[in-house]
Design a binder for this molecule. Sequence first.
Ligand code: PLP
Length: 388
Amino acid sequence: MIFLDAAATTPVRREVLEAMWPYLSGEFGNPSSHHSLGEAAATALAGARAGVAKAINCRAGEVTFTSGGTEADNLAVKGIALARKAADPSLNRVVISAIEHPAVEESARYLERVHGFAVDVVPVDGEGLVTVEALRKVLGPATALVSIMYANNEIGTVQPVTDLASAAHQLGVPFHTDAVQAAGWLPLDVKALSVDALSISGHKLGAPKGSGVLFTKGRLRLEPLVHGGGQERGRRSGTENVAGAVALSTALTLAYAEQPEQAPRVSGLRDRFIGHVLATVPNAMLTGHRASRLPSVASFCFPGTSGESVLLELERLGVVCSSGSACAAGSDAPSPVLVALGIAPETAQTAVRFSFTSAVTDAELEQAAAAVETAVGRVRNLASPQAG
Ligand code: PLP
């Protein structure tokens, strides 16, 4: 099987499993316990926090471990907006882009539904880019927070995060970015990016599902969502997932040690794959930005098919990918991300996404491109046999 669905999840790396194993077995202590087992766990947690801080160039105290990307996004959007509104009730608007992951979008809608916020949605262009001009149009004195993702999970488009953050900062508004798909592939130096908050998920990087991080800058206030024993400096109560934190920190450190070599290598393979598909599949359409895109994502529409049928054919041919984001899979509605790009709903239904781990090879992608040609041909023939 050729696994081209890494944007959905990745296998746990062997080095990561080895690093986390002690904290699932012999060193199983609770970091809050006052005995040697507890102290060993607390030391491991501190080491994991320092590892994440080093990888993203922040202080250890600015790292909050969460149960994943979804929780990190919820904590950022709700936590920052609610804290700011509590300090100044006139701050009652949040800005998001039109292509956010549901973890951000639904958090903003919750603020609207339950806490009286208004949500301002910045449109994207046909390639999924948010421009500074478009952001400026929706920013105002009542904006409590801007949340715009670093790289999109369906089309791979990478946003000009630093420019967008500085537009928000000109009005004194904090800027959060969902870096779940970007982590491991794109620079993640939070100072250079100039972001106030950033979300990471472990399972996109070779750590287990259920591990995540929220970076929040300095004294940025955050209303906690999970109340209890006051762990994570009161930001996220609950006994810490020590093994998960160690795993995420190890995976992130490994990814950034390899990134200078892997990002250009995989980008090159991606471009060859895209070229091959566009050259061999009639009317194939690349979605997202041609250049400003994740090394690991190639996404297309294949008019005259359904994405789900192409997916099934590809699986028969030994290639596993996605017909959209995993969250939208199984639903018949066209992807809101593709619709936001201006793609007609009937074309959006024909979307297929290929996403790679850093272990992907040229031979695999060559085989996959040939399978795409066959699969799309078969589905089109079934849809209109007389044309075949
Ligand atoms: N944000 C983006 C852009 C994602 O792609 C995902 C997962 O697909 C998430 C957030 C949610 O992360 P998690 O699966 O760790 O909850």
